[in-house]
Structures are given as structure tokens and as C-alpha cells.
Design a protein around this ligand. Structure first.
Ligand SMILES: CC(=O)N[C@H]1[C@@H](OP(=O)(O)O)O[C@H](CO)[C@@H](O)[C@@H]1O
Ligand SMILES: [Mg+2]
Length: 562
């Protein structure tokens, strides 16, 4: 590294001293913490992002968000050139530089890493970074810290795209590296036009069903509500009413949003007895998650939740149906009959009933640890891979090779049988691949795909919800002294440490019919999460509560004092 470059790094870093006594780690979704202690971390992630861009010789992204966390938290994560999450190989280095004590220690780590990774650092190659942030008040000053980190690498260029949803930034990074238009209007245009295409292809039989085309969306008082207000005006055949847009003074994620609705199973702020029976949905704070719900009656605040697993099931059903039409009848020529490998990916949080449903559909179901980086990687191994976390974060990935076959097949079908059922199925699948975000889970594109499929099938949300009956479940969080004391295996379903805890959990779980329970350390909050399923709600509640007590006994503040 040239001397001027070292000096610049030292100078810039000396303006961003790391907080004392705090150890940060690049968790499930980047670094997250109280916004007041994040400036040095974000500055350093700025440097790291520039290095990533140099290494990959591509455009990368940096997003400032803490998603569903409270408004006073914030976070930062890197978007890789593909539009996916930062390669996991780089995470340990992200941890090291975030926790380096002095500018000198930081510089020596960076110098070593540049050599180890053979990062082209000759001043010829230029780093290019797209920046985005959610609506958190701390976002602007953190973004400034990121820019200063980036500009401490000579020649690095940062393009500030302002307030965006997380998936919009991922989409734009991917588009930019494919030399496609990487702007917000291009994003809106692509998803609204593919939605229109799906609506135009709705069969006449269901078109005549007088289905309710109105959906009410809780924007979590964050960026998603704001963006949906723009998108909704570009759609026909769908009426979207947005509540909690962030404009009415409501606090981000406070009693609103997908995480709250999915975990607490109660109506978000702004919804109530006037909404009984209506199709409602809730976005999270950076609009990469969505869950649906209905208010079943006006006597309580309880909701009927339609979660990510149900969305996955709806998508899987639709894709499978279209694939069947595409490859059926009179289609003897094997060249016309590329059987796509369709697979689904879930985590341990998936409701057991959803897994049974998907298996009954004849689908391959794979499990990974929590965090979309894991699910995405597995889904990418199929021709069509559908992944969703129960909390509503997921998407459908189409392989390049299958998509080019599909394009060619569609063109052939246009020549021989334009407007046939087969050609319509091909066009529907192509439209889905354009509508649903190929970079990462996206609440806005998932919303439009759900709406298009419900219209296609002429289904109400109730009919959709009846695909299968969820097993009752309960999730709890337990504060402990050190959450890293829990380590897990087998897609997080078994706790390996502390010793003896899994046996205690197993003994408790065995007491409940259809009991299933696991614990894991959260990657985004300083807690241990407990998940329990059982044949009744009382059973699930009681199992979760007892296991929470076990966690407390092994790891809690009480135990540390003994
Ligand atoms: C149980 C749960 O919902 N966990 C969430 C949550 O991760 P934790 O590591 O559990 O805190 O936030 C992640 C990022 O949004 C999301 O991917 C994940 O599914
Ligand atoms: Mg999110």
C-alpha cells in the first residue's frame, strides 16, 4: 500500500474512535446496535465495502438499516455484486476491523487482508459503491460516516441513493452489474409491468368472480409505506390502502410492522374492529418482509396470521401448476420438456404443518440456519428455488439456464400456438421471474405476487389460509449474560452447548403432543430465542415458558450470581 494511502486511512479513522468495551459482530443481517455507538463501525464498513468492490471488480452496495428493530437502533450491511448478502468468507474480517482498537491496529489489519485476499490495490481499479438508508433519524449521519470511510480509499466512488427499501438497493446493485438501468423508476416499472402482465393472463373463469381487489397495508411507519404510496399508483386492478406510512407521526416499528404482527399475533396500530374480515398485510421497517393477516372479530385484538410459510406454499402451488401446464399434453419432444428442478427452503421456524403440506405437494424441502443468506444460497441450487422464513422474508430464484430455456420456449410457442394455455403458462412464469426480486426477499414484490395469484385463483385470503392448518406455536426471547454460550447444530434445532441444556429441553418437549422446541442465540438482538410448537396454544405457551425458564437457569443473570 502506498504511503499516502496509509496516511489517508489513519487520518480518516482517527476521526471515528470505536466505542469502549463493546464487541460487535456481523450477525444474521450485518452489524446492529444502538445508533449512538455505530459511527466508527459504519465508517469501517465503508472501507470494507470499497475493498469488496476492488476485489470483485464490480459495483457493491452499503445499506444503513436496522429493519424491524426499534427506531433508536441502526445497522449496516454490505450488498455483494450479485445483489445478495456479503460473502460469508468476509464476515470474520468485518468483525476484526469493526473491533480494532486504534487506527494503527485497523491499518495493519487492512494491509494484511489486502495481501491475503490479493485485492487489486494499484490505483487503476476503482471502487464503486451504491448507498441507501431507511427512514431512521440516525441514518443520515451514519451514511456520512460510511462516505468518509469509502473516500479514505483513493479513487473510490460512492453514489448516495438516499432513502430506499433494503431490497431496492439489492435490486439496483444487481441491475448495475448486469448493465441494466439501476434506478428507482426502473425498479417500479419492472415490478408494476410484470404485475400487469400476470393480471392480463388471469383465466376468464376467475375474472368473472367478483373478488375483493382491495388490500390494506401497514407500512410499519417506515420506508416501505412511503414507497408503496408511489407504486400503488402505477397498478391497475388492485386497490392498495396504506396505513402507518410514517407521515402521520407514528413511531417506526412501535406496535406496528411485520415482526410485531408475526411474533405477537395481535392487530398493529391503526387497525381494528372496522377491518374485520378484510385482507391486510404488514411490512417490516426496511420492507424486506411481509406477512398477511385478518381481524377475525371485533371483540379482541387477536389476528389470524397468514405468514411466510403460507406465502411460500401459495407460491409453490402456483409455480407447480404453471410448470405442469407448460410441460403437459402433446409435448413429446424432449427438447420442449425441460423438467425444472423445483425446490423449497425453510428454517426451523417454519411451521411443521407447512413442511408437511409442501412435502405432500411432492416438493423437495431443505432446511438451513436462520438468516436469508443461508436460505438464498440453497435456493440458488435449484432451477426454481423458493425460500421463505416464517416471518415473511423470502423470494423465488430462477436459474439463468432455466430462464433462457423458458424464453426460447415461449418464443417457439408464440410462433406455433400464441395464446395457448402452454404459452400463457410460459409467460406467467417469465412474469413471475421479473416481478419477484431475484436479489433478495422483497415485501413489495411479494405483496404483488400474492395479489396476482389470489386474483388468478379467485381466492379470498380465507381460502388461501385454509391450504393447511398451522400447528399452534409460541416464540419468546430470554435475556442472558452471554448469548454466545449457546451453540447449535442440525439447522439450529439442537443446542450443543451449554452441556445438558438440550437434554432438559427434550425431556420437557416429550410431555406435549406434537411438541417441538428449540433455542438459538439471535443474530440481531442480545437475546436467546425460544420456539415451541404443540397441538394446542396452551401447550405451545407452556412449553415455551418452561424452556425459557430452563434457558434462564443455565445462562441467565440468576445463574451467573451463583
Ligand atoms: C426468528 C426470526 O424471525 N429471526 C429473524 C431475525 O434474526 P435473529 O438472528 O433471530 O435475530 O432477523 C433476521 C434479519 O431480519 C431474520 O432473517 C431472522 O429470520
Ligand atoms: Mg427487514
Amino acid at each position: 500500500m502506498k504511503e499516502e494511502q496509509s496516511l489517508l486511512l489513519l487520518q480518516s479513522s482517527s476521526l471515528f474512535a470505536p466505542p469502549k468495551g463493546v464487541k460487535l459482530s456481523y450477525g444474521t443481517a450485518g452489524f446492529r446496535a444502538d445508533a449512538s455507538i455505530l459511527k466508527s463501525t459504519v465508517h469501517r464498513v465503508g472501507i470494507l465495502t470499497a475493498l469488496r468492490s476492488l476485489k470483485t471488480r464490480s459495483v457493491v452496495g452499503l445499506m444503513i438499516t436496522a429493519s424491524h428493530n426499534k427506531v433508536t437502533d441502526n445497522g449496516v450491511k454490505i450488498v455483494d455484486p450479485s445483489g445478495g448478502m456479503l460473502s460469508q468468507q468476509w464476515e470474520p474480517f468485518a468483525d476484526q476491523i469493526a473491533n480494532a482498537g486504534t487506527p494503527e491496529a485497523l491499518l495493519s489489519l487492512i494491509t494484511e487482508f489486502i495481501e491475503k485476499e490479493k485485492i487489486p490495490f494499484d490505483g487503476v481499479q476503482r471502487a464503486e459503491i451504491l448507498l441507501g438508508r431507511d427512514t431512521r433519524p440516525s441514518g443520515e449521519s451514519l451514511l456520512e460516516a460510511a462516505k468518509q470511510g469509502i473516500s479514505s480509499i483513493f479513487g473510490a466512488m460512492a453514489l448516495d441513493l438516499g432513502v430506499l427499501t433494503t431490497p431496492q438497493l439489492h435490486w439496483m446493485v444487481r441491475a448495475r452489474n448486469k448493465s441494466m438501468a439501476a434506478t428507482e423508476p426502473a425498479y417500479f416499472e419492472q415490478i408494476s409491468s410484470s404485475f400487469r402482465c400476470l393480471v392480463e393472463l388471469i383465466p376468464n373463469e376467475t375474472k368473472s368472480n367478483k373478488m375483493d381487489n382491495r388490500v390494506v397495508v401497514d407500512g410499519a411507519d417506515g420506508v416501505g409505506g412511503e414507497k408503496l404510496e408511489v407504486l400503488k399508483n402505477m397498478l391497475t386492478g388492485l386497490v392498495i390502502e396504506v396505513r402507518n406510512t410514517g407521515k402521520g407521526g407514528g413511531l417506526l416499528n412501535d406496535g406496528v410492522g411485520a415482526d410485531y404482527v408475526q411474533k405477537e399475533k395481535v392487530v398493529p396500530r391503526g387497525f381494528g374492529s372496522n377491518d374485520v374480515g378484510i385482507r391486510c398485510a404488514s411490512l417490516d421497517g426496511d420492507a424486506d418482509r411481509i406477512v398477511y393477516f385478518t381481524v377475525p372479530d371485533n371483540s379482541s385484538s387477536r389476528i389470524d396470521l397468514v405468514d411466510g410459510d403460507k406465502m411460500l406454499s401459495l407460491f409453490a402451488l402456483f409455480i407447480k401448476e404453471q410448470l405442469c401446464i407448460l410441460t403437459e399434453e402433446g409435448n413429446q419432444n424432449p427438447n420442449n420438456n425441460y423438467q425444472a428442478r423445483l425446490g423449497v427452503v425453510q428454517t426451523a421456524y417454519a411451521n411443521g404443518a407447512s413442511t408437511d403440506f409442501l412435502k405432500q405437494l411432492g416438493l423437495e424441502v431443505i432446511f438451513t440456519p436462520t438468516g436469508v443468506k443461508h436460505l438464498h444460497e440453497k435456493a440458488a441450487q435449484f432451477d426454481i428455488g423458493i425460500y421463505f422464513e416464517a416471518n415473511g422474508h423470502g423470494t423465488i430464484l430462477f436459474s439463468e439456464s432455466w430462464l433462457s430455456w423458458l424464453e426460447a420456449r415461449n418464443n417457439e410457442l408464440i410462433l406455433v400456438s400464441e395464446g395457448s394455455e402452454q404459452q400463457k403458462a410460459a409467460l406467467r412464469l417469465l412474469s413471475v421471474s421479473k416481478l419477484i426480486n431475484q436479489a433478495v426477499g422483497d415485501a413489495l414484490s411479494s405483496l404483488l405476487l400474492v395479489e396476482a395469484i389470489l386474483q388468478h385463483k379467485g381466492w379470498s385470503i380465507h381460502k388461501w389460509n385454509e391450504l393447511y392448518q398451522d400447528l399452534t406455536s409460541r416464540q419468546l426471547k430470554v435475556k442472558v449474560v452471554d448469548r454466545t454460550a449457546v451453540t447449535t447444530t442440525n439447522a439450529e434445532t439442537i443446542a450443543v452447548s451449554p452441556p445438558g441444556i438440550q437434554e432438559a429441553i427434550d425431556a420437557e418437549t416429550a410431555k406435549y403432543p406434537k411438541g417441538r422446541c428449540f433455542i438459538r442465540p439471535s443474530g440481531t438482538e442480545d437475546v436467546i430465542r425460544v420456539y415451541a410448537e404443540a397441538s394446542t396454544q396452551e401447550g405451545a405457551d407452556s412449553l415455551a415458558n418452561t424452556v425459557a425458564k430452563i434457558v434462564d437457569r443455565f445462562l441467565g443473570f440468576g445463574s451467573s450470581e451463583q
